[in-house]
Design a protein around this ligand. Structure first.
Ligand code: BEZ
Length: 211
């Protein structure tokens, strides 16, 4: 059965470029992003891993650990890491899981055989501190992901978790946000001291609370 939002992220122990990792222990009380790429020594993947390495500080600021995965071995990952450093100008600074027997890939539904017969597609799972899956995105092999967008959705997820607000279409950090319908007007007055505007009873906007 495929993973759905709200499910507990399946736990596993696997080898990685940073040694053996047990997912739940590794994430501790923080947020996590588990993302797959199709194969080592491939062009789009090389740019993606360099991009994530450059953004490591941005993920850390959000208390989020990033973990990559492909169905290759640690030995392959380590060899490819030198190419990533050479071509992307940054060293691999987060763990890449090895999944040569496809155990994790199958567990997370990262193999879509009609798209790519035996390799993982570009899956992203954002995992909350409670270890449940908060967001899933799937890209095809030929389209590199926009990791600025992944940081943006992480900000949105954290605003919802910490401040009971949702984010509107095309929201970006600093824009007004939406008070979730489960918060009454009375509670909203106490919870959002900067005030809120009710465009409709169900559409109440307030300045971003953590700014
Ligand atoms: C790539 O990373 O460039 C790639 C990997 C697998 C299939 C197509 C492209």
């Amino acid at each position: 059965m495929s993973i759905q939002l709200g499910d507990t992220a399946p736990d596993f122990t696997a080898d990685s470029t940073a040694g053996s990792i047990s997912l739940h222990d590794y994430l501790g009380d923080g947020w996590g992003i588990l993302f797959s790429h199709p194969k080592d020594y491939t062009p789009v993947c090389t740019t993606e891993l360099g991009t994530v390495a450059k953004l490591k500080g941005d993920f850390e600021k959000r208390n989020c650990k990033v973990i990559g995965l492909s169905v290759d071995s640690v030995e392959d990952h380590n060899g490819w890491a030198a190419d990533i450093e050479e071509t992307q100008g940054v060293a691999l600074n987060f763990p890449l899981l090895a999944d040569p027997d496809r155990k994790i890939a199958e567990m997370y539904g990262m193999i879509h055989p009609k798209a790519l017969a035996t390799l993982t597609v570009r899956s992203v799972f954002v995992i909350g501190p409670d270890k449940t899956v908060k967001l899933m995105i799937t890209y095809p092999a030929a389209t590199g992901r926009n990791f600025d967008e992944i940081l943006r959705v992480l900000d949105s997820l954290q605003l919802t978790a910490n401040h009971s607000v949702a984010t509107p279409a095309n929201w970006k950090d600093g824009d007004d946000v939406i008070i979730v319908p489960s918060v009454s007007d009375e509670d909203a007055k106490a919870k959002f001291p900067k005030g809120f505007k009710a465009l409709k009873p169900y559409l109440r906007v307030t300045p971003q609370p953590n700014r």
